[in-house]
Design a protein around this ligand. Structure first.
Ligand SMILES: [Zn+2]
Length: 283
């Protein structure tokens, strides 16, 4: 694992790079908000130490962008702080978190990254949005899911126009599209983020790139959905759709992590099949 590095985006706002997922530290007025804890103790402890250096007369809190283990299993290092998330993050973790943690610990490399972490649920949840005031800095936590997962939310700083997008944005790599997400909702989420007027955006995974990356991922998901829909309409089953669309998408950017394509195509097949059943019922 690469060492943790802080990349200051504007004064008091840093992207934290070098972990399995990208994280963030926002501070002002002596209070600090950490964006995502990382996969386990090894990532979360230096993150907390860097955050503690900035806590003065205020408070330290943690925001989980969504429920996936690479973002939340480090929560136990912040168990004495308010841990904030969208309602569904707590619900999903309460139902499935222990199984996910046990499953990931079967993998020796994952187990090493997770360390002695225990499942730690968010303690402050919101339905649509919540605003934190760190000194003069306003941080809006905004629900944008279901998209990549059921409880996706982003952290938007309207002052410096900085966005922490969580896994709504993957840069230069094929996005993970696991069960529980919704590709149509993901397109809507990206469309919404494009309306914000973002100056700098931190993706959940991949390098920091200009905000045009948001539109590039939207176009990629729309292209994937279009190709899968053509297969569904022509009567191909799930496996045949994966066999046809996977290689087609190999030729599209992004090129990294192409081994995710079969799962992504399968997930979009399930989404579009469900949308068609709903439309037929309603029609
Ligand atoms: Zn994720």
């Amino acid at each position: 694992m690469a060492d943790m590095t802080l990349q200051e985006l504007v004064p008091q706002v840093a992207a934290v790079l070098g972990g399995v997922c990208n994280r963030g530290i926002i501070s002002d007025g002596g209070s600090v908000l950490v964006i995502d804890a990382g996969i386990g103790v090894g990532e979360a402890q230096p993150l907390r130490a860097a955050a503690e250096e900035r806590v003065k007369q205020g408070y330290l809190s943690l925001f989980n962008t969504h429920s996936h283990g690479d973002h939340v299993f480090g929560n136990s290092v912040f168990a004495d702080c308010p841990i904030i998330a969208q309602d569904a993050v707590r619900t999903v973790l309460a139902e499935k978190g222990e199984d996910q943690l046990a499953g990931w610990q079967q993998n020796p490399q994952m187990a090493g990254l997770i360390g002695a972490a225990r499942l730690t649920l968010p303690t402050v949840t919101f339905a649509e949005r919540m605003t934190l005031h760190l000194g003069d800095l306003e941080v809006q936590l905004i629900r944008v899911g279901p998209a990549h997962s059921e409880g996706d939310a982003v952290a938007w700083l309207p002052g410096p126009r900085v966005l922490f997008a969580g896994d709504i944005l993957f840069n230069t790599i094929v996005p993970a599209m696991p069960p529980g997400g919704d590709s149509a909702g993901w397109v809507r989420a990206l469309e919404y983020l494009e309306t914000l007027g973002v100056a700098q955006v931190v993706p959940g995974h991949g390098p920091i790139q200009p905000p045009t990356a948001v539109g590039q991922l939207r176009s990629w998901i729309i292209a994937l959905r279009t190709r899968v829909a053509e297969c569904v309409v022509s009567g191909l089953d799930r496996d045949a759709t994966i066999a046809r669309v996977g290689p087609q998408m190999q030729n599209n950017l992004p090129r990294g992590r192409e081994e995710r394509l079969p799962n992504a195509v399968g997930q979009v097949f399930d989404d579009i099949s469900r949308e068609r059943r709903t439309a037929q019922k309603d029609g």
